[in-house]
Ligand binder design. Sequence first.
Ligand code: PLP
Length: 444
Amino acid sequence: MPNKIIFNSQYPIITESEDLYLRSEGLIPAHTQTMAKGPSQYVNGISPKFIKRGRGAHVWDVDNNEYLDYNMAIGPISLGYAYPKTDNAIIAQLKDGITFSMMHPLEVEVAEMLREIIPNAESVRYSKSGADVTSAAIRVARAYTGKNKILCCGYHGWHDWYVSTIARNAGIPQAVKDLTFTFNYNDIDSVRRSIDDDTAAIILEPVVFDEPKNNFLHELAAFCKEKNILLIFDEMWTGFRMALGGAQEYFGITPDLATYSKAIANGMPLAILTGKKEIMNLFDTDVFFFNTFGGEALSLAAAKATIEEMKEKDVINYIHSKGSILIEGIKKIIYNLDIDYIEVKGYPFRSLINFKESAGDPLLQKSFVQQEMFKRGILWSGFHNISFSHTDMDIEYTLSVYEEILPMLKNVIVNNELASSIKGIPVQPVFRKTSDFNTKPVTK
Ligand SMILES: Cc1ncc(COP(=O)(O)O)c(C=O)c1O
């Protein structure tokens, strides 16, 4: 096998992974810094837990098993692991220094590049994580509008204003919890129901896996304008993948503010807030948003090289074409199996296998598919985050694996053997939820 994926006929040997896991027990609470990378999202006992290197779209775990990766570090790896152009830019910058006592020219150079490609980027600020920039967007929106409440949909990071809306919200004061509310994607009435005169901003991922219906995004933009509410697009996933300028370019909507991270620097930690000058100007004087590493140069050098490569090689089209082949291939397999409990959703740059409850617990179905994917050398947790390094051969191989595994899933479901076929602790739920959680301000 040219890509060396088929490395065994059994589940991977994960001795080193399990050893590190035990060493972290009681030392690193929750074991992980990123929930989606942690043991709860993989069949525990079967899946590896620690990855030590990557190249292209492939990674190697600490036991030296090779996998074709469809998570791509939960989004950041847009070009590929150890991608020469970005790595060389990082190495060149490293020789000059990482971070300095004054501003670095790359802060200006990259901002100029972003102004060219992101429709609302009249002004640009940097930081280190997605949560930093969504929180900065919320703060400046409150300052600009003089209002306090926020309406959101989906996941926006670990900070208080957002996490107050989820079940795992210990440690957040009630006064903060009383200011953020939720609406259902594609349901403009749920937006109408959840605002009041004190709503400062509506923040959402322009798309997750469902397409906007009935002109939802345009209606939302018009509604925000009418009510003097700022519209914030959280483009962590859509940015530099759906289009170079993200969903705002793709859908032709210019939000007041937008946040980016993940794919922008091919793995280096960089987050970006873009927005209209009139609003962003508040960062000049009134609104405080500063931190030590915001202008760190290695990440900016990586971002510059990543954007150049994306433009030069038409990476967006490449990702679109490979992702489309994968989606169409999976659809065909599902169709031929004549099953209605699995569907493939989303966009070519990021698609998802959705398991429905009609065939039993979706997490058990996902766990079954995941363990069989690992056995065949594919690192999978339900998604396909396509990068510039996923080759035709990778996609072809993946489809051949689906062709093998989905009938096995059908078989265990038909024979009522789903739960007993899972060889470790099944995947646990995540809290990401974008529908049926509409909460509203209490009318006084
Ligand atoms: C849509 C969205 N917004 C915000 C965030 C938070 O980003 P970070 O984890 O870098 O703080 C994430 C993280 O996955 C995300 O998916």
